[in-house]
Design a protein around this ligand. Structure first.
Ligand code: NAD
Length: 264
């Protein structure tokens, strides 16, 4: 139990349901004392997110589709009006056509490449610019990425390319806003069973492979990601920016599977 987020206000983007990584993060932030606002994408998600936001004592629930920049502007206009300033933002948004989350990366279409990049990468830059304008010293921005950015994961394809660009943008944004003492970081989560995760072909195989072969012999939960986000969004990490922090049971440090013949 901690109160390190007492007095801090932040925006959570990307809750689709109670399996969403953003929901795990929101729960941890609220338990540590933060005041939260939420966005949702479209009415169908809105219906699911409304009771979740209420459960965490939030009465700010705003529609936002990052493909429509005016809806992003409207979110920050409302926050300016209601709160004036902002302490943190969680960006847990990603999308690619599921028909291209299988087969060859080389078959990616130009349309889906652009769309994936705008939603999964550039939206973080657009959000960061608007959020930073409302932040004082100590502001913190966090996005979610995956190790498919630097290593080839079967079927992850264009999402891996978008995550590589997202991680690069974390570093550039960290440099942009560092002088204002606003920090920008990413959490690279291991596979989690979510709506977005289910869009990747053979996700179940990847999930159980990582559970068997990560140092901790398990996958991570949304609460594991939530706890780590507290560090990156609070003053505890006040000297940390531009980082990609792995929350993946250590899978990324491995170089070979746990083979029976090597089992101790
Ligand atoms: P999720 O489906 O619960 O969340 C994805 C969110 O993206 C949804 O809330 C959806 O509404 C939102 N979104 C998609 N297109 C949007 C748009 N145009 N405008 C606004 N919102 C939009 O799945 P999740 O796994 O919790 O995904 C959250 C983040 O975590 C994503 O960036 C994802 O790539 C990343 N991530 C997921 C995993 C995993 O295994 N699930 C692992 C590492 C990183």
């Amino acid at each position: 139990k901690t109160d390190i987020m007492n007095g801090k206000r932040g925006l959570i983007m990307g809750v689709a349901n109670n399996h969403s990584i953003a929901w795990g993060i929101a729960k941890a932030l609220r338990a540590a004392g933060a005041e939260l606002a939420f966005t949702y994408q479209g009415d169908a998600f809105g219906k699911r997110v409304k009771p979740l936001a209420a459960e965490l004592g939030s009465d700010i629930l705003l529609p936002c589709d990052v493909e429509q920049i005016e809806t992003v502007d409207a979110v920050f206009d409302t926050l300016k009006e209601k709160w004036g300033t902002l302490d943190f933002v969680v960006h847990a948004i990603g999308f690619s056509d599921r028909n291209e989350l299988k087969g060859l990366y080389a078959d990616t279409t130009r349309d889906n490449f652009s769309r994936t990049m705008v939603i999964s990468c550039f939206s973080f830059t657009e959000v960061a610019k608007r959020a930073a304008a409302m932040m004082n010293e100590g502001g913190s921005l966090l996005t979610l990425t995956y190790a498919g950015s630097t290593r080839v994961m079967p079927n992850y394809n264009v999402m891996g390319v978008a995550k590589a660009a997202l991680e690069a943008s974390v570093r550039y944004l960290a440099a942009d806003y560092g002088p204002k003492q606003i920090r920008v970081n990413a959490i690279s989560a291991g596979p989690v069973r979510t709506l977005a995760g289910a869009g990747i072909a053979d996700a179940r195989v990847m999930f159980s492979y990582q559970a068997r072969n990560s140092p901790m012999r398990r996958t991570v939960t949304i609460d594991d990601v939530g706890s780590s986000s507290l560090y990156l969004l609070s003053d505890m990490s006040r000297g940390v920016t531009g980082e990609v922090h792995f929350v993946d049971s250590g899978y990324h440090i491995t170089s070979m599977p746990v083979l029976d013949e090597l089992k101790r």
